[in-house]
Design a protein around this ligand. Sequence first.
Ligand SMILES: *[C@@H]1O[C@H](CO)[C@@H](O)[C@H](O)[C@H]1NC(C)=O
Ligand SMILES: *[C@@H]1O[C@H](CO)[C@@H](O)[C@H](O)[C@H]1NC(C)=O
Ligand SMILES: *[C@@H]1O[C@H](CO)[C@@H](O)[C@H](O)[C@H]1NC(C)=O
Ligand SMILES: *[C@@H]1O[C@H](CO)[C@@H](O)[C@H](O)[C@H]1NC(C)=O
Ligand SMILES: *[C@@H]1O[C@H](CO)[C@@H](O)[C@H](O)[C@H]1NC(C)=O
Length: 601
Amino acid sequence: MLVRILLFCLLGLVVAGGNGDSKASGGGHNRHGNGKGNGKGKKLPLKPNMVLILADDQDAGTHTREIMPRLFDRLVDKGVNYENFFTPVSLCCPSRVSLLRTQAAHNHNITNVELPHGGWVKFNNAGYVKHTMPDFLQAAGYNTYYVGKYMNQQTEANCVELPVSGFNASDMLVDPYTYDYWRPGFSVNNGPVEIHEDTYSNDIVAQKGLAHLDSALASSRPFFVGIAPIGPHSYMNSSLRKSSARLYMDTPLWPIRHNHMFNDAQLPRTESFNPDEPMGVSWVKTLPKLNSSNVAYLDEFYRGRLRSLQSIDEMVGQIFDKLEAAGALDNTYVIYTSDNGFALGTHRRQPGKTLAFEEDIKVPLAIRGPGMPKGFTDTVSSYGMVDLSRTFLDLAGAKPDYEDDGTKINLHLGNERSTGARSYMKHRHSLTEFWVRGIEEGRFVESSYRLNNTYRTLRVHDTVAGKPVTYSYGVWCTGERELYDLTTDPYQVRNLLAPLNALGKFAAFDADAVLGTEMQRVLHRLDALTLVLKTCVGKSCVEPYSALFPRGQVHTLREAMRGKYDGFFANLPKVHFDHCMLGYQSRLEQPEWDDAWAYMK
Ligand SMILES: *[C@@H]1O[C@H](CO)[C@@H](O)[C@H](O)[C@H]1NC(C)=O
Ligand SMILES: *[C@@H]1O[C@H](CO)[C@@H](O)[C@H](O)[C@H]1NC(C)=O
Ligand SMILES: *[C@@H]1O[C@H](CO)[C@@H](O)[C@H](O)[C@H]1NC(C)=O
Ligand SMILES: *[C@@H]1O[C@H](CO)[C@@H](O)[C@H](O)[C@H]1NC(C)=O
Ligand SMILES: *[C@@H]1O[C@H](CO)[C@@H](O)[C@H](O)[C@H]1NC(C)=O
């Protein structure tokens, strides 16, 4: 075990210092394993394989053993589960672009699922094709494969003229068939759409994914295989999508073999579920209480989600069976995650995402791989899509051809104690951003789209004065703010800034009376982090305190809370929006962080 860890560390060094070519890949006939055949002469270090399973709209609340037993048995119990993993934007396309580009959304500026602010056409216009994580993996000697949902607005009309880059083989779901569970349509290797009538989407994605895994295993080069089923995303009938401008998003569908499952399941009736008082800010606080038929529909919708996850759970088992049979598990990282979360009924909501509540932004992340501890839960670090992307690049010894915003996820190779001083620097924050319309899904929705859904929301956790603290802090384009103390209010039903929102006085605010001195001190720190992170590039995204304290006095919220910095934080300018507008318009979000404001003592 020790030897393997050592070998792995060595490999990391070789790879990081290498020229990104495929020299390391000539490991002989047992290329994809490293446990067997040891001791037979000199063995070149091998680059690890990577299999990414990317679910669609799966919130962390559904990441449980009861719901996905094979995932827990084969992956979570034998790897690391990350409890704090967040989407950069609670919407598929922008989140996937962060994964492909290793960039915060304010840097890639693909902010919606469709033109003018996002989607596959904008991605092309931005010049991002050929400059994506899989392109960089290929340059580092990898064979790369992808099947399933890649990016919104890849359509049957544009999939040939706008080819994807970076894959040896690709099998992309294209619109309008992407979310049609029983009529998926694929563009195979950038070819014209192939429609599969009466075939369950998650099952054919599994079948195609396993075939790609076979090709990957047959080659002597290291591989990356991405498998992205649409479950448990809402169902969209492709015929209706063609014939109507309205969004018809409905309960996810499942194959007959899962009919009997979860018949008694109900959404958890937490404190935030369909509350008696309206909550939140902007359009959320105008939502009416849900009536009994609506609640029954939400429960049925939830059962549909759970059933649509079953085929994915089965696929996870099949992927491990295949890797095991090929003797490849010892040199393969398998990663399970989702692009963004999903809410149903909380804060009186219809099904949907696009907000920054925990259910919208917190997604599963579990990784199993060589040298990683088994059944370990990381409750301390906080990571996002850009960090996962950076982890793929680092494992492969690949580099983007621009400055990226990620940091490699702590895979806990070795163990907690051995990370020593570095645990000090653990990444404990994430920023979620949003600039376009909010979307509501399901049969009870009248208009689907919600204006005034622009916000920047920071989520921070740390230990202050010996106690764990977790805060969610959002600044909205409407002038409103949200601050939740998640340690005492995990369901976000008490916005500590609600009284100030009601006064509409944020321009010159003195929150002392409302918040108390201690919480106001916290708020000044959260404001400073938001100020740095909202335009961060590279290092300042990973270590925002390094921008605030270039001389290195402060690395954590705990250290920032020292009384001697009170004046510094209180006097920094506060982030605010001028007014609400669609798309990321930096002039509306002044000021921008200026290095001249840093603490220079
Ligand atoms: C982001 O893209 C929008 C169009 O979606 C454009 O209007 C805006 O200027 C861009 N913002 C930045 C900061 O580049
Ligand atoms: C995969 O693509 C890369 C880059 O084009 C190429 O060098 C490699 O040979 C391909 N692998 C296979 C198995 O075709
Ligand atoms: C999809 O919509 C079409 C047109 O309204 C309808 O004929 C078809 O039955 C629908 N499919 C499903 C699976 O509901
Ligand atoms: C609930 O509200 C919907 C309209 O949103 C209505 O169609 C339905 O009849 C109502 N159900 C009950 C039980 O009042
Ligand atoms: C959006 O917010 C502005 C305040 O910035 C408000 O005047 C306007 O009425 C809101 N519009 C909607 C549709 O909620």
